[in-house]
Every structure is written in C-alpha cells, then in structure tokens.
Design a protein around this ligand. Structure first.
Ligand SMILES: Nc1nc2c(ncn2[C@@H]2O[C@H](COP(=O)(O)OP(=O)(O)OP(=O)(O)O)[C@@H](O)[C@H]2O)c(=O)[nH]1
Ligand SMILES: [Mg+2]
Ligand SMILES: [Zn+2]
Length: 296
C-alpha cells in the first residue's frame, strides 16, 4: 500500500498524489457503507492496480486533524481569508464570520486584501490595525501587479493553507501570481453586480516550491456559523480575552451583563467597536439558526 494525499475530487473520482505521482482513484465501497466521504486534503492509503495508467483504489482514510465544512477540506493548518478592496467590495460581517469559523477549527488565520490596484484611496492601514489589534496577520496584495505576493508567499511555507473567500476576489489569480505554472482558471467579475461568477468549482491542492501547500476553493456569498454554540463564540474573538478575565460574572457573554469589562474596553476604544458589533450580530444569528435547527 502507498500513502498519499487527496489533491482533488471530481465526479466520484479522487486524485491522489503519492511519491510525486497523481493517481486517479475510486474509493472502496466500504466507505459508503460507513458513511465516510473522502475529502480533499485527506491522507489516504491507496492500492495501485495499474502502474501505466496511474489508477488506484483508496483503501484507507487516515484520521483527520480537522475538517472544514465550507470550503470542504481536511487537515489544513491555516486559513487565508481573501477579500478584495473592490469588485466585489469587502463584506466585513462575512470576513469576521470566516475568521470565527477558522478559530473554531483551530486554524491559524491570515487576512489578505487583494486588488490593491483598484482603489488607491482605500485605507488599508485602518483595516490592518483593526485586525492586528485582534491578533491577526494582514497582507495587501495585487495579483495583477504582483504587489505583496512575495510577502503572502512568505506566510505560506511549511504548512497547508486554504484560500477562502467570496467568488471573484482573486483567490485563483493569487495562485497564478505565486507560481505561473499553476495556470488555474480565473473568471471575470460580472460588470453589473460586481460579483464573481463562481469560476472555481472544486477545491484543489497546489504544491509550492517552498514546501507549502495551498488549497484553492470555490467562492461563496453566505456562510453559517451555526456549528458554533452561542456561548463558545466569545472565545473566538482573541482581543476579548484579556478584558473578559475581569468581567463581574465569570460566564459573562459581554452582551447586557453589568460590570462587563469587554464592553467597557469597547467604550474606551481598546477593543474595536465594529469587531464587537460583529460579535453581537453573529451571536444573535447563531442563536436564531440553532433554535430553528432544534425545532426540526
Ligand atoms: N484589478 C485586479 N483584478 C484582479 C486582481 N486579482 C484578480 N483579479 C481579477 O478578478 C477576477 C476574478 O478572479 P479569480 O481569481 O477568478 O477569483 P476567485 O476568487 O478565484 O473566484 P471564484 O473561483 O469564483 O471563487 C478576474 O477577472 C481576475 O483577473 C487584482 O489584484 N487586481
Ligand atoms: Mg477561483
Ligand atoms: Zn463581559
């Protein structure tokens, strides 16, 4: 048996890279019976039955370190949350939700603002400061000119990073800017509604020469955080931690409780107001969604 990683999955076939060779694989029937679906990023053992045509069967799926639902990928170390400064404009609520979901999956987070060329007046420094204060690394890139691509690349060494974000922000374009040989398909943004056209249809792994791996994924427009429990959410805003230790109630949710030091920090401006508002918004959204789920 040979060990490999699932690089992509299309129409019931899985493409597994093992010892530098890409094998087209079917999964053993037993997985279906066990209701296990192989995922891109899975470490698997394969049985090669045709050396010439590179055909094999997935015999075993090794234990996952983690598994993301959206985008669907296993065993990643870092989420690169990609937004563009224009076309489409960044949806900050979606950005905060993606960061929260990455925290929930215990991933490192890197925030990337792409299409720097489209708005030279964009106040990147404000965004950078906002998210750096929350404990995140932030980069500004332009896939078109290559600006910031070296810096982005330096954050992608020796680990598996998943590029996620709305359609049309330039995830695939960034891959091509990093290494031309990837020649990933990219698609124009709709003129009218300034939205991407969902060009990337499947998640796929790309190996960098620096030893890192990038997962390119399909863009999305909305995201549910209902897998998170309401009272867990506060733990996914790292900038709250320091203040929450001195809240009057040990289980303070930083909503309407008296003596809340997080709210106090928001008033003083030490915790960013918009980030706090995103917390409250996502909290209520989760509450609503989870209530609905319970009814079923
Ligand atoms: N001006 C400008 N355009 C860019 C930049 N990066 C990407 N684009 C353009 O934006 C459009 C969408 O890029 P894609 O790379 O396909 O976007 P994506 O995020 O992969 O989108 P999906 O695969 O649909 O999720 C293409 O027309 C790109 O040429 C950039 O830095 N500047
Ligand atoms: Mg794409
Ligand atoms: Zn509090």
């Amino acid at each position: 048996m040979t060990k490999g990683i699932i690089f992509k999955g299309i129409g019931g076939f899985y493409y597994v890279k093992a010892d530098g060779v890409l094998y087209e694989c079917k999964a053993r029937g037993k997985f279906k019976n066990e209701q296990v679906v192989p995922m891109v990023g899975d470490y698997v053992s394969i049985d090669i039955y045709d050396e010439e045509k590179n055909l094999a069967t997935i015999e075993e799926i090794h234990e996952r370190k983690n598994a993301l639902v959206r985008p669907t990928v296993a065993n990643v170390d870092q989420a690169v949350v990609v937004f563009s400064i224009r076309d489409p404009l960044p949806n900050m609520m979606l950005l905060d939700k993606m960061v929260v979901l990455a925290e929930h999956a215990d991933l490192e987070v890197l925030i990337c603002f792409n299409k720097a060329d489209l708005d030279l007046t964009f106040d990147f420094d404000v965004f950078q400061k906002k998210y750096e204060n929350a404990g995140y690394r932030v980069v500004r890139t332009c896939a078109m000119t290559g600006e910031g691509v070296e810096q982005l690349l330096s954050e992608l060494t020796k680990r598996i990073s998943v590029f996620s974000g709305p359609s049309g922000v330039g995830k695939s374009s960034l891959l091509n800017a990093i290494e031309e040989k990837f020649s990933v398909e990219t698609g124009a943004v709709s003129e009218k509604i300034k939205r991407g056209k969902h060009t990337t249809r499947h998640s796929e792994l790309f190996e960098l020469t620096n030893g890192g791996i990038i997962v390119d994924t399909p863009g999305f427009t909305s995201l549910s955080a209902a897998e998170i429990e309401e009272d867990q959410l506060k733990g996914y805003f790292p900038e709250f931690k320091h203040f929450s230790e001195t809240c009057r109630f040990y289980n303070c949710l930083h909503l309407n409780e008296p003596g809340c030091e997080v709210k106090h920090a928001v008033e003083l401006g030490t915790v960013d107001k918009e980030r706090y508002e995103a917390y409250v918004y996502i909290y209520h959204e989760i509450e609503k969604e989870r209530k609905k789920l319970k009814k079923w």
